[in-house]
Design a protein around this ligand. Structure first.
Ligand code: ASP
Length: 349
């Protein structure tokens, strides 16, 4: 008789962030020795909860960062590590700084399309060793959800909730309940001592066949390839034109007013049309965090579609911008990029 196969362990990838930071004379800085520190913290859990944790291995990036320094190259590197290793693990946990955690989670979702197991991103508002830290609870939550095979997408585990990565945003600068998913309900929650996935909210039903990872080279876009332009009252067409004319710029996300409006200024629309005509990929979402946009509902938004601007529906800025980066990094023609931008790829719209 053959012995039963032991279940695969999880892989925990440490990239930096407050969770692993240590106090220094210059303020909090990413710290090392995460493996020992993590096990020591987990050993502080009540014995039954400690015993019910899945086993895991740790991959600590040698150069942990404050995530405010992350660029598309970091998203690419992380996706490549996961793609190279995921088959040997039941699920992946990514420990990440909270500042740009939602950007990384969104980018991972596009790069790891068709994922057949959990990738759970988490972090903390206070370091592991700080008094009253949220780090241990978030790590426990992430480990438990990462061992839940029905979860087959990139999700964020934070403050007792599991959110779709590509729908999430950092929402608060201080409190532990720091992430929200403004236009999509939570995928799951911690109930009693267990992680519970809500039925019918995950991507698992769309995942057919083998994973279809797309791991294009983000490096050419990593510095200034895609811009985020948040409109303000009194914005001048020349300012927009100057941003869009940058030779390195290949796409831009515009954050416009309310349900899809911007000033009816021919010079502004002209600047947008010129950039589109030059082959730059432009998309628009609302500055309102909740709700979607319709271009042309008001006369004030009519000109956008004519200027070649794509409607981003109710996407978060993180989901829309990382999608532009992802599409622009691939060898696609303009029509196909536009089609894919308007199509939900990973539940982002
Ligand atoms: N600045 C930190 C980071 O994003 C904040 C955090 O992790 O909470 O790396």
């Amino acid at each position: 008789m053959t012995a039963p196969r032991s279940p695969l362990p999880l892989l925990v990838i440490y990239t930096g962030g407050t969770l692993g930071m240590l106090e220094t004379p210059q303020g909090l800085e990413p710290g090392g020795d995460i493996e020992r520190r993590l096990y020591r913290a987990l050993d502080g859990l009540p014995p039954t909860r400690r015993a019910s944790l899945p086993s895991f291995e740790i991959l600590a990036f040698p150069d942990p960062i404050d995530s405010s320094a992350a660029t598309p190259r970091d998203w690419q590197r992380l996706a490549a590590e996961i793609a190279a290793r995921y088959r040997d693990y039941a699920g992946i946990v990514v420990l990440h700084g909270t500042d740009t955690l939602a950007w990384t989670a969104s980018s991972l979702a596009y790069q790891l399309q068709g994922l057949d197991r959990p990738v759970v991103v988490t972090g903390a508002m206070r370091p592991l060793e700080a008094e009253g830290s949220d780090a241990l609870a978030n790590v426990e939550l992430a480990l438990r959800f990462a061992a839940t095979p029905a979860l087959q997408e990139v999700a964020i585990a934070f403050a007792g909730r599991l959110l779709r990565g590509v729908r999430s945003r950092k929402w608060h600068t201080r409190v532990p309940l720091a992430f929200e998913s403004p236009n999509y309900p939570p995928l799951g929650e911690w109930v009693g001592d267990d992680p519970v996935l809500y039925p019918g909210r995950g991507l698992e039903r769309q995942q057919r066949g083998a994973p279809r990872f797309e791991l294009p080279d983000y490096a050419p876009l990593a510095r200034g390839g895609v811009a985020r332009l948040v409109l303000w009252p009194g914005i001048d067409a020349d300012q927009v034109a100057a941003w869009l004319a940058a030779p390195s710029l290949r796409g831009a996300l515009l954050e416009i007013w309310g349900g899809g409006n911007l000033p009816q200024d021919p010079a502004l629309l002209g600047a947008l049309a010129e950039a589109s005509g030059a082959g730059k990929l432009l998309a628009a979402i609302s500055q309102c965090p909740v709700g979607d946009i319709t271009l042309g509902h008001y006369a004030a938004g009519q000109g956008l579609a004519g200027a070649g601007v794509l409607a981003g529906d109710a996407m978060t800025p993180e989901a829309a911008l990382t999608k532009l980066v992802h599409l622009l990094a691939q060898p696609l023609d303009d029509a196909e990029r536009r089609r894919r931008f308007l199509t939900p790829l990973v539940g982002e719209r």
